[in-house]
Write a protein that binds this ligand. Structure first.
Ligand code: ASP
Length: 224
């Protein structure tokens, strides 16, 4: 029985990559992912937006993904899943959370190992993200990230390891949910999700990082 409709948006990252003689190549698109999910009792529509490493995602492509997610919800999707590279998942999910004003879950995921690596985590993470996006208890929680069978709120998420399969954590807060075999265990009710304060993710022409260290002067801050 088909119980919900989820829209899947693929943007690249290791989850889509296959190792070959020329290195890691983005090879799987949303259609390829879906072919592996024929037995899931969830109706999934899909589209591929980009096939880029996470570091190459721009504010413009993130905005495009959010617009796609919004229009999927407007046409009846009960949740949206975005796959992307993990190197910027912390930043993109945080930005998306600032503008996502729907109750329908927007869930991001990726993978630490390429699709053809032994013990690849991509399918498990994607399957978890789809299950969470389709879960009624995931509603009104803002943007969520599913990784290693755990569910995090985007605003608390950090990538805290560069190779472990459970590379994502929420220091001091922990996951809001955990995926069991047959059900999702939610540890906390939805917080009152801060409604949107920004219409879209701004696309600044210059991004300045000011690092604080011993004896830093405030000159750069003043300039910024
Ligand atoms: N370098 C990859 C990326 O962010 C890492 C990953 O996806 O895990 O695209």
């Amino acid at each position: 029985m088909v119980s919900s409709r989820i829209h899947l948006v693929a943007m690249g990252g290791t989850i889509s990559m296959v190792s070959s003689d020329s290195g890691l190549v983005p090879s799987l698109d949303a259609e390829d992912f879906l072919r592996q999910y024929q037995s899931i009792p969830i109706s999934i529509t899909s589209e591929s937006l980009t096939a880029l490493p996470g570091a190459s995602i721009t504010a413009t492509s993130l905005n495009e993904a959010i617009l796609v997610a919004r229009s999927a919800v407007a046409s009846g999707a009960e949740g949206v899943v975005i796959t992307q590279g993990t190197d910027t998942l912390e930043e993109t999910s945080f930005l998306a959370d600032l503008v996502w004003d729907h109750d329908e879950p927007l869930v991001l995921t990726g993978a630490m190992r390429p699709a053809n690596a032994p013990g690849s985590d991509g399918l498990g993470n994607l399957s978890g993200a789809i299950r969470v996006a389709a879960d009624v208890h995931a509603r009104a929680r803002g943007v969520l990230v599913v990784f290693g069978d755990e569910v995090f709120t985007a605003r608390h998420l950090q990538k805290t390891h560069s190779s472990k399969l459970n590379a994502f954590t929420a220091p001091g807060v922990g996951p809001v949910g955990v995926l069991g075999e047959d059900q999702i265990h939610w540890w906390s009710p939805p917080e009152v999700h801060r409604r949107t304060r920004f219409g879209s993710v701004a696309s600044p022409s210059t991004i300045v990082t000011v690092t604080a260290q011993l004896d830093s002067s405030a000159e750069l801050l003043a300039w910024a």
